[in-house]
Write a protein that binds this ligand. Sequence first.
Ligand code: NAP
Length: 293
Amino acid sequence: MANILDGIKLSKQIKQEIKEEVSKFVEKGNRAPHLSAILVGENGASVTYVDNKIKDCQAVGFRSSLVRLPETISEEELLNEISKLNIDDSLDGFIVQLPLPKHIDQEKIIMAINPDKDVDGFHPENFGKMALEMDGFLPATPYGIMVMLERYNISTEGKDVVVIGRSRIVGKPMSILMSRKGNPGDSTVTLTHSKTKDLVEYTKKADIVITALGVPHFLKAEMIKDGAVIVDVGITRVDDSTKERGFYLAGDVDFSEVAAKASWITPVPGGVGPMTRAMLLKNTMQSYTNNIQ
Ligand code: NAP
């Protein structure tokens, strides 16, 4: 049976470290770090995500603020709001909760964010810095996975890594980070997607498999080799009338059978998700220390 990469436990530890760091700065007379979020519309999942981000800020002693805007806001008005936050010196970072309403061009919005305040790490400047191994903000989910591998001492040097999924926010940056020099990193990475031929040929040889496709229970035991490390990013709501909420959260990995063969595995929920949340705080802390020094 595989060991568990416990994202709940580790994220609590990281939040505790951030909280202690914040206290030290505040005791010296500095202001607290400040994260802001822009939320457009009333999308249920987005409201929950933003609420959680605000709670996380409170838990570590950050100041937080929320800019709530109607679903009907025009692109120009939203760009105006972003301009205000871009030049607000009291803010260390802000996020624009995605997805945005269809009439708004997401790319244009991301491009408008000041890269120095882009604590989601979505701006192309930060993406480019990541690829070039320069300092910048890393996107939270891949960052969280890197920290998890590091803290659990998972060896990555020279390992064969297969990433399934090539999204901008998870798969693609993940593949770049694992192939960068350093620890974690120094891996030989294969980035796969829906057009990959014979995916199993790759996953069967991989020392580490990172799934980010959003297809529940996709990765089966026969697709991996004995002792592989499995990181499951997927979170999909699957209808289930026996549950109080009417659904359960499924990962991309068929957990019970894959766990029996793997050496390490992340559960869903309780694996990558909590790490993602903690990394937004870590990026904000990084921006804060840049700002006050
Ligand atoms: P996405 O934009 O939904 O893209 C999915 C990717 O998977 C695409 O690259 C797609 O290939 C690939 N794919 C789909 N079906 C495939 C198949 N049968 N075989 C191989 N590749 C396949 O991805 P995302 O936004 O990264 O989200 C992926 C999952 O992670 C979702 O469940 C999402 O909810 C979850 N997620 C979790 C966290 C967290 O904190 N835990 C954060 C972000 C996302 P093509 O490019 O060819 O279409």
